[in-house]
Structure formats: structure tokens, C-alpha cells
Design a protein around this ligand. Structure first.
Ligand code: NAD
Length: 424
């Protein structure tokens, strides 16, 4: 395997939380860290030109003590190769366990993947569908509305979710089982508010963070890294709370507009020109200038490994809301903590997505569907309670919010494990 081992990183985070909680028993620590099951499948696909191509897929089920496994399926080709992807999927399934526990949704952690990059390879719609249904068939024995409920992730969309639900239903005597997967299009059992969930959830956590610091969001300056789904909706909802976006970026560049730019205008411009870079009245800046701009709220919402120790030294924000997964390197954390910047860690800041996935599954199971406001309200309840609980533990143990979040999650999973016990 090439590159750092993401599962070793996930294991270290569990160990750190166990240290804070005084859990020294090696068996308990191993139980918490290791996935329950990792399934690796071979998926042969008949390509349009008649040839056969074999793909590799994974489903890692980390922990189901609190409820069925839950987590996305990604189609990607990490540089580390297939062996790296297996470790990555194991790590991601572990983070799903903790994310669900923090926001109090009764689900566990899972993650799936196929080693393929549909964007680079330009697979046809037919090839994509045969690959997706082939994968669904091969993991169907371990997924199900009461067992393991996948969702979209990198390069998978509602289309793949609908195909997986359909394949699963047809394999079970043509049953209608929309609850086997979430992130579906609305006509086949999707939920209102799923599209905005992650950004809206991140905005709720910023509101709670600001409240805890007695900071007003009226006129607060917001910087958005990555002008995609998570960031733009975070920006729009923060704007509706009185804040203004003063800088934004995407893969093509970064722009600073000191007087503030409406998110809708940035979106309009990006739609026309393909990027926020070059926004009229704005100044072109580097990624480093964007991340270290003087502002109230920084939303890293694009990629992992953005806030290095060097960047951390130069940060001039008051709140960081990690809409992206893993934007901060571990060595940056102590520096940020010392600077008294409030970090809403990724497993809390971007958990709006899994909260609404959970609500989609609930709606599927009862066959009754709520309007947008009701779904958003329920998510708000979960995520604000999660924020409150993490903050309380951060104060109690005198640790940063990231470690406090892990402590909360590990405590909750362990509690469920103790009630259930070991069998057989
Ligand atoms: P997206 O594809 O909608 O947006 C990603 C954005 O990042 C794009 O605008 C892209 O141009 C930009 N980007 C790419 N490279 C960049 C760079 N070098 N500098 C600046 N911007 C760059 O993706 P998304 O769904 O918004 O996901 C973004 C992050 O949020 C990921 O880490 C993802 O795992 C996380 N996340 C998303 C959700 C969700 O529901 N969308 C849920 C949980 C976590």
C-alpha cells in the first residue's frame, strides 16, 4: 500500500479518546477500533465494446451497537491503489460510527466503495448501471433496511442510489424497500432538504458556536473554501443569519470581496464562467491568503489536508466549521487550540447530511413523508444537541472540540455495547 494508512489514523483517534476516558483495556480498545466486517467483492462488467472488465468493490461495516450500519458508497481511484482504498473505507466506516453517535441518530457506521473514477474514465450510462447493479447484487446479502443502509458519496448520486434500491427490491421478490439506501431522488422515496443538509447543518453549528462565544453573526465575515454543495449552502444559510461572505474559492482559484458578495451572485457568476475566480469587484488571492484571511468564520468545505501547521500559525478567524472531511492536519490542532479558535470538527460540522439520511430512512420505514421545514427542524434539534454535548465535554476534559467529539462518540457506543454484551 502506498501513502499514509488512513485506518491507522482512525485507530489513533479512538485510542486518544480511550486515553481521555481512562479506558486501558486493550480488548475494549480493539473492539472499538476494528470494523465488524469488511467485504471485498469482484464485479465483472460487460463493457459496451463486448469486453469484460473486472472492478473491485468494498463494504466495511464498522459498528452496529447503536443501530444499523450507515454510510456512503464512493466511486473513486485514490492514488494509493486498491489496497489503500480498503484501508480508507475501513477508516471512513469508523468515522461514520462516531458521527452518528455524536448527533444521537440510532445508527452505526459503514462505508463502501468501488475502485473506479467515472469522471476520468467516461463510462457510458449503461456501463455505470451494470457496474452499480453488479455491486448491489454482490453486497445485497449484507445490506438491508434493518442491517446496513448505504448513501451517496464521492462521484455517486441519486441515480446510483435508485438503481441500488431497485436491484435490492427485485432480488427480494420485487419488494418495495426504499429504506435500503438513502440519498434517493424524491420520486423514489428521497427526503426533502437532503440537497442542502450538509451546508444547513454546518450553518446551525456555526450559529451555536457563535452563541457560545457571545459573538453576533450580524455582519460576521465568512470565508468559504470550495464553492460546492457543502460550502455554498453553508454560505447561503449563514447569510440568512446576518453574516456576509467576503471570500470564496473553487478548484480554479480564490477571490476576495472585502465588502461582501451575495452567495447567489457568486453562484450565478460561477455558472456562467465556470469558477468564482474573476468575480467582478473581487481581488484574486492565493489559497493561503484565503485560508488566513481576517474573518469571523472560516468554512473549509473542499478538500482534506488544507490547514497545515504553517497555515494554522497564520489563521485569523474566530470559528472554523469543517464542512469538508479532514481539512485540518493533526499537527495543526494544538496550534489552533492555543489560539483559542473554536473548531467545529468535521464529524459534527458536516453531520447534517447523515442526520437527514437518517430521517429519510425513518420516512421510508413509516411510508409517510414530511415537508422541508419539518425535516430541517428535526435535523436542527439533533445537530444543536450534538454541538452542546461536545462543547460540554471539551470544557469538562479541557480538550479541543475534535477530541471532545470523539470522547462523546466513544462513550455512547461503549454504553450501547455494554447493554448488548457479546454473543455468541
Ligand atoms: P462538491 O463537489 O459539490 O464541491 C467541492 C468544491 O470544492 C467544488 O466547488 C470544487 O471546485 C472545489 N475544489 C476542488 N479542489 C479545490 C481546491 N484545490 N481549492 C478550492 N476548492 C476546490 O463537493 P461537496 O459535496 O460540497 O463536498 C465537499 C466536502 O464536504 C468533501 O470533503 C465532502 O466529503 C464533504 N462532505 C459533503 C457532504 C455532502 O452532503 N455534500 C456531506 C459530508 C461531508
Amino acid at each position: 500500500m502506498k501513502g499514509p494508512d488512513p485506518f491507522a489514523n482512525a485507530t489513533k483517534q479512538v485510542d486518544d479518546a480511550c486515553d481521555i476516558l481512562g479506558i486501558s483495556d486493550p480488548g475494549t480498545r480493539e473492539y472499538l477500533a476494528m470494523p465488524d466486517k469488511v467485504l471485498r467483492v469482484k464485479i465483472p462488467v460487460r463493457m459496451d465494446d463486448g469486453s469484460i472488465r473486472v472492478f473491485t468493490g468494498f463494504r466495511s461495516q464498522h459498528n452496529n451497537d447503536r443501530g444499523p450500519y450507515k454510510g456512503g458508497i464512493r466511486y473513486f481511484d485514490p492514488a494509493g491503489g486498491v489496497e489503500y482504498m480498503e484501508r480508507e473505507v475501513m477508516a471512513l466506516s469508523s468515522w461514520m460510527t462516531w458521527k452518528c453517535a455524536i448527533v444521537g441518530v440510532p445508527l452505526g457506521g459503514g462505508k463502501g466503495a468501488i475502485y473506479v473514477n467515472p469522471k476520468k474514465e467516461k463510462l457510458s450510462d449503461g456501463e455505470m448501471e451494470r457496474l452499480t447493479r453488479g455491486f448491489a447484487y454482490r453486497i445485497s446479502e449484507i445490506i438491508g433496511p434493518e442491517k446496513d443502509i448505504p448513501a451517496p458519496d464521492v462521484y455517486t448520486t441519486g441515480r446510483e442510489m435508485a438503481q441500488i434500491a431497485d436491484t435490492f427490491g427485485k432480488m427480494h421478490g420485487s419488494s418495495h424497500t426504499p429504506g435500503v439506501i438513502t440519498g434517493k431522488p424524491i420520486p423514489v422515496g428521497g427526503s426533502e432538504a437532503r440537497g442542502v443538509a450538509t451546508g444547513l447543518g454546518a450553518a446551525y453549528t456555526v450559529r451555536e458556536a457563535a452563541k457560545s462565544m457571545k459573538m453576533s453573526l450580524k455582519g460576521a465575515k465568512v470565508v468559504l473554501q470550495g464553492f460546492g454543495n457543502a460550502s455554498t449552502f453553508a454560505g447561503e444559510y449563514l447569510e440568512s443569519m446576518g453574516a456576509k461572505v467576503i471570500a470564496a474559492s473553487d478548484s480554479k482559484g480564490s477571490v476576495m470581496v472585502p465588502s461582501g458578495a451575495k452567495v447567489s451572485k457568486l453562484l450565478e457568476f460561477k455558472k456562467k464562467k465556470g469558477s468564482v475566480a474573476g468575480f467582478p469587484g473581487g481581488k484574486k488571492i492565493s489559497t493561503e491568503e484565503l485560508l488566513t484571511a481576517k474573518c469571523d468564520v472560516l468554512v473549509p468545505g473542499a478538500l482534506e489536508n488544507q490547514i497545515t501547521a504553517k497555515i494554522a500559525q497564520k489563521l485569523r478567524c474566530r470559528i472554523i466549521a469543517e464542512a469538508a472531511n479532514g481539512p485540518t492536519l493533526p499537527e495543526a490542532d494544538p496550534i489552533i487550540y492555543k489560539k483559542e479558535i473554536m473548531v467545529v470538527p468535521d464529524i459534527l460540522a458536516n453531520s447534517g447530511g447523515v442526520c437527514i439520511s437518517y430521517l429519510e430512512w425513518v420516512q421510508n420505514n413509516m411510508g409517510y413523508y414530511w415537508p422541508f421545514d419539518e425535516v430541517a427542524k428535526k435535523m436542527e434539534t439533533n445537530i444543536t444537541a450534538g454541538f452542546r454535548d461536545v462543547l460540554a465535554l471539551s470544557k469538562k476534559h479541557k480538550v479541543d472540540m475534535r477530541r471532545a467529539a470523539m470522547v462523546l462518540a466513544v462513550e455512547r457506543v461503549l454504553e450501547a455495547f455494554k447493554h448488548r454484551g457479546i454473543w455468541p
